[in-house]
Design a protein around this ligand. Structure first.
Ligand code: GLU
Length: 480
C-alpha cells in the first residue's frame, strides 16, 4: 500500500516556519513513496480561527511548491461524523459523562501527586446533558506505546494518564478525538507532525483502538514526531518574540527554493557534504527515519547565507524576474508588505537595472536589499547617507581636490569601466592617495552611500553628464 500522509494545520495565526517544515516533510515522504499528500485545515476553533489565516496557509504552501494531492479539506465539514462516533464511544462505555467544574477538580486534586483528573465521575453514572463533557475511560493498568519513526518506542503508562476530555459540554468534539477520527476516515498511514503533539498520541491510539472494536477495524498509523524548533537561546521559537511567519520571509525576499532547502535541514541532514539541494534532490535523499529528535536551531543567519547562494546561482534573467515585486510591481500581482519603492514608475529604467543587476546579485542576501542599492540610478538625486556625507565630503580636507581633479579628468575620459578605473588609479597616485581614499567622496557624490555596487560600472550606467552633475553638486558641499 502506498502511504497517505496529511498536513493538518490550524488557521489560528500566521503560517509558522515550524508548520512549513512539517508540511515539507509530509510532502517529501509522499513524493518519495509515490504516496498521497492530503491537506486538512483544522478549522474547528471558531474563536481563534480566521479565514485570512487559512488563505495564508494555502498561499504559503503554493509559494513553497508543496501542492496537496487531496484537499484542502475543512475539518469543520466532518463534524457530524465526529459527533456520531463520539456518541458511539459513549454508548459503548468508552466515554463517560462528567459534570465536574474546573474548580471542583482543582480543589479535590490539590494534594495529589499525579496531575490531572481524578476519575471522580467514572462510576457515578452521571447522565449526559448540556452541562456534561465526555471523558475517555483510560485503562487502569498497562501502557500505550507510541512506535515513533524518529524517537523509537515511547511508552505511556496508563497509571499516569488521566481520563481525558474527548467532548466538550457544548457537544463539540475536542482536538484529540476529531483529529484522530479524520485520520481514520482518510485512512492516513503516517502521522508526521510536531513533537508538541507526542503526548496526544497515546490518547489518540487508545481511542483509535476503541473505535476498532465498535466501528471499522483500521490499522494504526505510524507516527513521526518532528523535533521542535529553537532560537539562538535554545528556547522554543516563540510566536511573539521570534520572526516565525513564513510570509515575512517572502516579504524580505527569501527565495522559495532556498527557504524550502533550509527547512529541510531543520532536524535532518543529507549524507553528503552538499547542503544546497533542490526539491527533486530532497525527494531523492530525504529519510524520515534519519530525522534527529534533538531540538533544531532555526538559524536565520544560515538561512540568509543559503538564500544569498541561491541568488548568486540564478541566471540574470531569473534574478530580474524574481526581483520584480521589489522593483516595479505589476498591477494585481503580489507585492511584499511594508516595502516602499523609492522611485516612481516613470523614473524606473529597465535598461539601467539590467546593466547593474549582475553586480547587485553578487552583493545581496535578500531581494529586499536591492532598491537601496540601486535607487541612485533612478532618482534625480541620490538619497544621501548623512553620516557618509559628513565623513567624506564635509570633514575630509582632501575631498575638494579629489572632486576637482576627478571632474577635470572625467570630462573627456572614455566612459568605460576599465578606462575610468585606470584614470582614477593614476589620479590617486599623482595625489599620493590610495585608490580607496579617492573613490570615497566620488562614491558618496554619485550614489549617496559609501557602500554599493562597483563604482566604475555604476559611473558608466549613470553616464558622463549625470556623473559630472553629481560631482559638481558634491564639490559645492565639500567647499562648504
Ligand atoms: N492541527 C494541529 C496543529 O496545528 C495539528 C494536528 C496534527 O498534525 O495531528 O497543531
Amino acid at each position: 500500500m502506498t502511504p497517505r500522509v496529511r498536513f493538518a494545520p490550524s488557521p489560528t495565526g500566521y503560517f509558522h516556519v515550524g508548520s512549513a517544515r512539517t508540511s515539507l516533510f509530509n510532502w517529501l515522504y509522499a513524493r518519495q513513496h509515490g504516496g498521497t499528500f492530503v491537506l486538512r485545515i483544522e478549522d474547528t476553533d471558531a474563536e481563534r480561527g480566521r479565514e485570512e489565516w487559512l488563505e495564508g496557509i494555502i498561499t504559503a504552501m503554493a509559494w513553497l511548491g508543496l501542492e496537496a494531492d487531496e484537499g484542502p479539506f475543512r475539518q469543520s465539514s466532518f463534524e457530524p461524523r465526529h459527533r456520531e462516533l463520539a456518541d458511539k464511544l459513549y454508548e459503548s462505555g468508552y466515554l463517560y459523562a462528567c459534570d465536574c467544574t474546573r474548580d471542583a477538580i482543582d480543589e479535590r486534586t490539590k494534594d495529589r501527586k499525579t496531575p490531572g483528573y481524578d476519575g471522580y465521575c467514572r462510576d457515578r453514572g452521571v447522565a449526559r446533558s448540556a452541562t456534561t463533557g465526555l471523558r475517555f475511560r483510560t485503562p487502569d493498568a498497562g501502557e500505550t506505546v507510541v512506535h515513533d519513526i524518529i524517537r523509537g518506542d515511547v511508552s505511556f503508562p496508563h497509571e499516569a494518564m488521566e481520563d481525558f476530555m474527548a467532548v466538550k459540554s457544548s457537544g463539540a468534539p475536542l482536538f484529540p478525538l476529531a483529529n484522530m477520527i479524520d485520520d481514520r476516515e482518510m485512512e492516513i498511514s503516517h502521522v508526521i507532525r510536531g513533537e508538541d503533539l507526542l503526548p496526544t498520541a497515546p490518547k489518540q491510539i487508545l481511542m483509535w483502538q476503541a473505535l476498532n472494536e465498535i466501528d471499522r477495524d483500521l490499522p494504526l498509523p505510524s507516527y513521526a514526531h518532528l523535533p521542535m524548533l529553537v532560537n539562538e537561546q535554545r528556547k522554543k521559537l516563540s510566536k511573539r518574540k521570534d520572526p516565525v511567519a513564513v510570509e515575512s520571509y517572502r516579504d524580505k525576499g527569501y527565495l522559495p527554493q532556498a527557504f524550502v532547502n533550509y527547512l529541510a535541514l531543520l532536524g535532518w541532514a543529507p549524507k553528503g557534504d552538499e547542503e544546497m539541494l533542490t526539491l527533486d534532490q530532497l525527494v531523492e535523499q530525504f529519510e524520515l527515519s534519519d530525522v534527529n529528535h534533538a531540538p533544531a536551531f532555526f538559524d536565520i543567519a544560515k538561512m540568509t547565507h543559503i538564500n544569498g547562494e541561491y541568488i548568486r546561482a540564478m541566471d540574470v534573467d531569473e534574478f530580474i524576474a524574481a526581483s520584480q515585486p521589489w522593483m516595479e510591481p505589476l498591477a494585481d500581482a503580489w507585492a511584499p508588505a511594508d516595502h516602499e519603492i523609492p522611485w516612481t514608475p516613470e523614473q524606473f529604467d529597465e535598461d539601467k537595472w539590467r546593466a547593474i543587476a549582475p553586480m547587485v546579485q553578487e552583493r545581496i542576501t535578500m531581494l529586499s536589499e536591492i532598491p537601496a542599492m540601486v535607487d541612485f540610478l533612478f532618482l534625480e538625486n541620490p538619497r544621501f547617507d548623512e553620516a557618509a556625507v559628513t565623513k567624506v565630503l564635509v570633514n575630509d580636507a582632501d575631498a575638494e581636490r579629489i572632486l576637482e581633479q576627478a571632474i577635470a579628468a572625467f570630462t573627456d575620459a572614455e566612459f568605460q569601466a576599465e578606462a575610468l578605473h585606470g584614470l582614477l588609479t593614476s589620479l590617486s597616485e599623482s595625489m599620493d592617495l590610495k585608490l580607496r581614499k579617492t573613490q570615497a567622496p566620488i562614491r558618496v557624490a554619485l550614489t549617496g552611500s559609501s557602500v554599493g555596487p562597483p563604482l566604475f560600472e555604476s559611473m558608466v550606467i549613470l553616464g558622463r553628464d549625470e556623473v559630472l552633475r553629481r560631482l559638481n553638486a558634491a564639490l559645492v558641499v565639500a567647499r562648504g
